[in-house]
Design a protein around this ligand. Structure first.
Ligand code: FES
Length: 191
């Protein structure tokens, strides 16, 4: 029995996805203020198919961080951004895999998710910079513009990000456009 629970220990001792990707088009670092560690994710995303072709991570964190980041890399490789469901499914998977993950190490898990979400947001920003359409593109996973979201909110009296997702898919892929959808809801909501 090691210092960590069995499954965390196994991954900590032999992570498969630790390191830096030579070729990457989405990378980001995130730090935890709780314990002062940082996690970086490096992704290679196919611009046409939006499939995550490869993923690696780097961290100075503990075994819980290494295990979570390694598990995340393993589970996103081969997935399309449109299949990520805002990372909710992945969170369920991580908790199921490490079911003995103690509550007081929850910030280790959160830091990994924040770092991954940030890398996806960076990719999204790079796609928007290349976007040639006239209206602002909000959701790059599903190609949904600001105009379309505004129209759906008005037409169906939508009040939440989830409701917008149900109607036009925006925000239900990688999830990194959800704060912008919330901004649109806020700006349209009360006048
Ligand atoms: S940009 Fe990925 S869900 Fe909207």
């Amino acid at each position: 029995m090691g210092f960590y629970p069995k499954k965390v220990n196994e991954r900590f001792n032999s992570p498969k996805h630790i390191g830096i990707l030579e070729e990457t088009n989405a990378q980001a670092k995130w730090a935890s203020f709780v314990c002062g560690i940082s996690v970086s994710f490096f992704l290679l995303i196919d611009d046409k198919t939006k499939e995550i072709k490869d993923a690696k991570f780097k961290t100075n964190g503990c075994g819980y961080v290494v295990a979570t980041a390694d598990f995340l890399c393993e589970n996103i490789i081969g997935q399309k951004l449109t299949e990520l469901h805002g990372l909710d499914d992945l969170e369920v998977e991580v908790i199921k895999e490490f079911n003995d993950f103690p509550d007081n190490r929850r910030h280790c898990l959160d830091t990994c998710f924040d770092a991954l979400q940030n890398a996806l947001a960076k990719y999204r920003t790079s796609q928007i910079e290349e976007w040639m359409g006239e209206k602002a593109l909000i959701c790059t996973c599903f190609g949904v513009s600001e105009e379309k979201i505004e129209a759906e909110i008005e037409q169906s009296n939508l009040e939440t990000v989830e409701e917008v997702g149900e109607i036009c898919n925006a925000g239900t892929g990688c999830g990194s456009c959800q704060p912008l959808i919330q901004d649109i809801l806020d700006s349209q909501g009360f006048d």
